[in-house]
Design a protein around this ligand. Structure first.
Ligand code: PGA
Length: 251
C-alpha cells in the first residue's frame, strides 16, 4: 500500500511570524503522531524559506501553492519551478480550483505547470474536481476525465508514478460540506482509470488525495475510504491541533 500523504495548504495565510508560531505548536505534535504518514506543508511563497529551515531534517516535505511554467523572464509577479526547487521544495500544487476560478488558469496552463514542476525535479500535486452545477448535471465523470487527461498531457512517463493527484470537489472546498466516503471512492476510481489510459501501469502507484473541508471529524472515514491515499487540507491545516489530528487519522 502507498504511504498516505497529508498536505496542508495554508493558502494566503501566514506572515513569517505566524508561520513560526504555527510550527512551534505543530512540530512537537507531529513528532508523536506521524509514523507511517508523509506530511507536507504548503505555506505562502514568502514563508517558504522560514518553514523550510524549521522542518529540515524532520522528514516533513516542503510544498508550494503555485508556480509559473516558464523557466525565467519577463513575468512580473510570477515564481518559476527552479526558484522553488532551490528553496528545497518537493511538491507543488497545480490546478487548484481557486487558481482556475479566480486567476483563470486553463487546463493547458495546468499541464504546462505540471511539466515544469517535474522538469525542475519536484512533484506536482495536480488538483481536479467538479463544480456543484456539474455534479447536479451528471457530468462529474466527464469533468474529471478531461482535467486528468489535459493536466497530465505533458508529464514525463518515467516520472508518472510519482505524481500526486488531489480530488477536490469545488463545492466542498471551504464550505464545511465534504464528499461522502462513497462519493470520494467513486471519483478516485474514475481518476485512476483515466490515469491508466494516459500513463499505463504507472497509474497504480499514483497517490490520489481527497480535499475539501477535511476536519478531524471527517478525516477518519474519508482517509480510509477505498482508493483514498491521503488528504489535501486547507482551513484545518491552519490550527496545529486539527492538522495533527488529521495526520494521526491517516495512520
Ligand atoms: P478546505 O480547503 O480544507 O479549507 O476546504 C481544501 C483545499 O482547498 O485544498
Amino acid at each position: 500500500m502507498a504511504t498516505p500523504l497529508v498536505a496542508g495548504n495554508w493558502k494566503m495565510n501566514g506572515t513569517e511570524e505566524e508561520a513560526r508560531a504555527l510550527l512551534d505548536d505543530l512540530l512537537p505534535r507531529l513528532a508523536a503522531d506521524r509514523a507511517g504518514v508523509e506530511v507536507a506543508l504548503a505555506p505562502p511563497f514568502t514563508a517558504l524559506r522560514t518553514v523550510g529551515e524549521r522542518i529540515r531534517g524532520s522528514g516533513i516535505a516542503l510544498a508550494a501553492q503555485s508556480v509559473h511554467s516558464a523557466t525565467h523572464g519577463a513575468y512580473t509577479g510570477e515564481i518559476s519551478a527552479g526558484m522553488l526547487a532551490s528553496l528545497g521544495v518537493r511538491y507543488v500544487i497545480v490546478g487548484h480550483s481557486e487558481r482556475r476560478r479566480l486567476f483563470h488558469e486553463t487546463d493547458a496552463d495546468v499541464a504546462a505547470r505540471a511539466a515544469a514542476v517535474f522538469q525542475a525535479g519536484m512533484v506536482p500535486i495536480l488538483c481536479v474536481g467538479e463544480q456543484e452545477s456539474e455534479r447536479m448535471a451528471g457530468t462529474t465523470v466527464d469533468v474529471l476525465r478531461r482535467q486528468i487527461t489535459a493536466g497530465t498531457a505533458r508529464i514525463p512517463q518515467a516520472r508518472a508514478e510519482t505524481l500526486v493527484v488531489a480530488y477536490e470537489p469545488v463545492w466542498a472546498i471551504g464550505t464545511g460540506r465534504t464528499a461522502s466516503p462513497a462519493q470520494a471512492s467513486e471519483a478516485h476510481q474514475v481518476i485512476r482509470g483515466t490515469l491508466t489510459e494516459t500513463a499505463g501501469d504507472a497509474a497504480g502507484a499514483v497517490r490520489i488525495l481527497y480535499g475539501g473541508s477535511v476536519t478531524p471529524a471527517s478525516a477518519g472515514s474519508l482517509l480510509h475510504a477505498p482508493g483514498v491515499d491521503g488528504a489535501l487540507v486547507g482551513g484545518a491545516s491552519l490550527a496545529a491541533e486539527s492538522f495533527a489530528a488529521i495526520v494521526a487519522a491517516a495512520r
